[in-house]
Design a protein around this ligand. Sequence first.
Ligand SMILES: Cc1ncc(COP(=O)(O)O)c(C=O)c1O
Length: 441
Amino acid sequence: MSAAQRPSNDPLINQWMPFTANRQFHDQPRIIARAEGVYYYNTQGEKLLDGSSGLYCIPLGHGRREIREAVSRQMEVLDYAPPFQYGFPPGFQLATEVAELTPPGLNRIMFAGSGSEAVDSALKVALQYHRVRGEGARQRFVGRERGYHGVNFGGWSVGGMVNNRKAFGLGLPGALHMRHTHIKENYFEMGQGTHGADLADDLERFVNLHGADTIAACIVEPVAGSTGILPPPKGYLQRLREICTKHGILLIFDEVITGFGRTGQAFASQTFGVTPDIITMAKAITNGSIPMSAIAVREDIQQTILDAAPPNAVEFYHGYTYSAHPVACAAGLATLKIYREENTFGRVRELTPGFLEQIASFKGDPEVVDTRGFGLLGAVELAPKGKPGERGFKFLCKAFEEGLVLRCSGDSVVLAPPFAATPDQISEMIDIVRKLIRQGY
Ligand SMILES: Cc1ncc(COP(=O)(O)O)c(C=O)c1O
């Protein structure tokens, strides 16, 4: 519908929707009215399966009573206090509990409000760390093609999703991009592909070209999520770690999707046995209930920054009005308690083999060009029909009509079931995907 045709009393007109085809949405709205467990309900009260855990952020399912009650209690006790130069108990407690989950040494936790904010916070920590050590020339960041690190200026600059970059000009100067790891040799290999560890050597090439002393950090998602689930080839992350260590480059794992259990351990760093210097996390930290994110920083990196400042001085000029928001912290504490008490990450390990087997079962379908997956993240890539992404978008719209909410990245259909889903519910999601592919979507 053109602007001129859109009536000004259209109740949908005032919200400019994020990452949405706004005009198409007005013609074919997909309204979610409420949610409970692993189901959404549309305005007619019809059920829809949540095949993507919200945006990878509701692993425990929707409407957990314990989180709701913790939020409500916190609102009564302390709804807000300024986080600059003041502190409040839930922030300290949540930092302690997050640090119990992160790899050893990464125990300095700084909170923010979104994954994008966490990424920019991490990049700034890296810059200041080098600067206070007299290595201020380390200003470049190395990201990766098909990486997604949010939408703030640092994040999209190091990210490698073309559509998220092309409208916005040059971005951060000095951002370099390694090649992505989605290579033909690994198509249809579930889990980590056997080929492509050497793609990590792109980092070494940047060192040779620009000098290690100009590179502050390398940032990657251990499993690239938003570009259609790209697990790292075997040995790839280890190789990145080696190159970073050799050249004094900080390694940042962006675990905004993989953090809090998605790969069967608290963090993918533990699943893959590779410890970065900084981890970013968000989404599942509060089970998606209240916006929150965090970075976990190596203890000595923080100490170096603290020690470099004079007494009584603010050491790191960075923070957000909503950093460590007490209500978000309360939601986080309630969420982490459930993860511990229900052995949620153990449940992911139990569900994963059956889920990945079902994703793999699409191999051989002439419409399917690749299947991939790791943990409770799976993708079925369809042969394009029309422009790249056109088929994926139609698929998403039709799936909504069929009672399934999912993600489509380009023409890859992505499932990331809540950890609370039963094997039957996961099979139901798969069945809907299969039916739609058979129908030619
Ligand atoms: C790996 C990664 N980093 C950063 C972000 C940005 O998070 P947010 O949308 O909360 O800003 C996302 C969002 O999906 C993500 O997947």
